[in-house]
Design a protein around this ligand. Structure first.
Ligand code: ATR
Length: 272
């Protein structure tokens, strides 16, 4: 029997993870099965146990279960502990559950793929929810000159900055505290989902700056539509999705898939 993996979420029907992971498995000739598991909102731990009992070896975890996954792990990676969230579960040989978080490294790998330099650069991060907490450690490890986190609820950005200040130059505040221009601006709010745009000054981007939205879709997000005419080069979160998946695959199988053809497959799949 092939080893079994899945993605847990709710709702999860539209997840791209099965497409990505099956492409990786095919490419690397790994015999595995990857399914979609919609866990009940108050029953994540039981769903994971049932999956393990049925032969499950690991899982991706998406909204709204990353906190539940974090809570049930026997062992956590350093980056998962910092993120306060787990997006990758791995069953250990002794039946123990190991949790990791590959979202942040996924973002950094995608930026590297697109040759977006971070070292010494001024980086603005919009939002201070779970998604942003998940990326800050890998982002700061690239040694940007400064990371500024701004959020609609200023206190949350201030708290995040103080939680990560031991890792590098980071400060937090409200949208009204945005000052000066930036080399990289990352939208980690969920505002794109409702078609909203955080209030930002028109002069936000340095020459050759990048605007990155952690969301993606068939059309550019409202944030990217705003950033383009203001001079930024644009990236959406599709590459991050593929790269975080590749890191999960590596954790499970100890084989690193080639993400380039899968980026293309996924981009095409958005047009249907
Ligand atoms: P996620 O897991 O996606 O990070 P979250 O933890 O609920 O979800 O965080 C959502 C983030 O998007 C928060 O930073 C939120 O701002 P608040 O902390 O002030 O709620 C931000 N957000 C959501 N809708 C927004 C909007 N319409 N405008 C600006 N920010 C928004």
């Amino acid at each position: 029997m092939s080893d079994r993996y899945c993605v847990f979420g709710n709702p999860v029907k539209h997840s791209k993870s099965p497409l990505i992971q099956s492409e990786f498995a095919h490419q690397t000739q790994q015999a595995l099965e990857y399914s979609v598991q919609e866990a009940p909102l108050n029953g994540f731990a039981a769903a994971w146990r049932a999956f393990v009992d049925a032969g499950g070896r690991g899982a991706n975890v998406t909204v709204p279960f990353k906190g539940d996954a974090f809570a049930l792990c026997d062992t956590l990676s350093h980056r998962a502990r910092r993120a306060g969230a787990v997006n990758t579960l791995i069953l250990g040989g002794n039946g123990r559950t190991y949790g990791d978080n590959t979202d942040g490294i996924g973002l950094v790998r995608d930026l590297t793929y697109h040759r977006v330099a971070l070292a010494g650069k001024r980086v603005l991060v919009l939002g201070a929810g779970g998604a942003v907490r998940g990326i800050l450690e890998p982002l700061l490890a690239e040694q940007p000159g400064e990371v500024v986190v701004v959020n609609r609820t200023a206190a949350k950005a201030e708290q995040l900055a103080s939680d990560f200040v031991d890792l590098g130059a980071i400060q937090g505040g409200g949208f009204d505290t945005v000052n000066g221009t930036f080399d990289v601006v990352i939208n980690g709010t969920s505002a794109s989902l409702s078609g909203d745009l955080p209030p930002l000054p028109d002069r936000l981007f340095n020459a050759n700056a990048w605007a990155y939205d952690m969301m993606y879709g068939p059309e550019p997000t409202v944030f990217l539509q705003w950033a383009g005419p203001r001079g930024a080069k644009l990236l959406d979160g599709l590459g991050m999705l593929v790269e975080q998946a590749a890191e999960s695959f590596f954790l499970w199988r100890n084989v690193r898939p080639d993400t380039i053809p899968v980026r293309e497959t996924l981009r095409q799949s958005l047009n249907y």
